[in-house]
Design a protein around this ligand. Sequence first.
Ligand code: NAP
Length: 251
Amino acid sequence: MSTQKTAIVTGAARGIGAAVAKRLADDGLAVAVLDLDADACADTVKAITDKGGKAIAVGANVADDASVQAAVEKVAAELGGPTVVVNNAGITRDNLLFKMTVEDWDAVMAVHLRGAFNVTKAAQKYMVDAGWGRIVNLSSTSALGNRGQVNYSAAKAGMQGFTKTLAIELGKFGVTANAIAPGFIETEMTAATAERVGVPFEDFKKAAAAQIPVNRVGVPEDIAHTASFFISEGAGFVSGQVVYVAGGPKD
Ligand code: NAP
């Protein structure tokens, strides 16, 4: 029997999720590259398999319970029971409170919070059975408050409470749960924000970097490195923590 561990990384077609998926494959895990559209996962899967790693594309909407259940069963059948989960899928629907629709509130809650709940709940039995598991949830510096993101900041603060409770409930089964709270990371998500506020992305990044102590914006690999630490064998006594990966103490 193979001793290779299996990870599910959600929202892994691009951005931070793609970098995390590739890094976990480099770390020796088989990786389920999960995103809304399985075809969109092809580049991430190819990057892994080209280097000799093992990966499959899985199409699922994390907000949908039945879709997640089917996806996790497929992963277990094709790669083995998932004992590592990285809840990374995310969306933004920014607006000031007085202009925000209830649909935009619900959409953000559904992907971040219900999504992380669905995937973690479906995968936890494999971790409990194995007596070992690693859960990594994507929070954000926006959890501390960010103008125009009342839905997103509430969801990202929620991810921190979710993480801490998972750590308490699952610790006795050898499972750790931790959160990464990125600051500004260069991805399509931040590019879309620049477009929304009408600033060229290069100028937007430059302005952001000027406010960051290490004097640069983040890249997806900065987050992948932190995820790699949390899922490592040696991090078994680190649980319920939130690490701000933001080039300084906050955004
Ligand atoms: P991104 O480039 O927009 O990628 C997000 C991925 O999630 C996309 O591939 C998207 O698919 C997928 N996704 C969206 N809804 C989904 C759903 N319901 N089910 C499955 N997959 C879904 O975002 P990113 O910048 O890499 O961000 C990744 C995570 O880090 C998010 O949780 C985000 O909130 C968090 N984060 C990002 C930053 C930053 O500066 N970029 C900072 C703090 C936290 P589609 O392409 O089909 O929509």
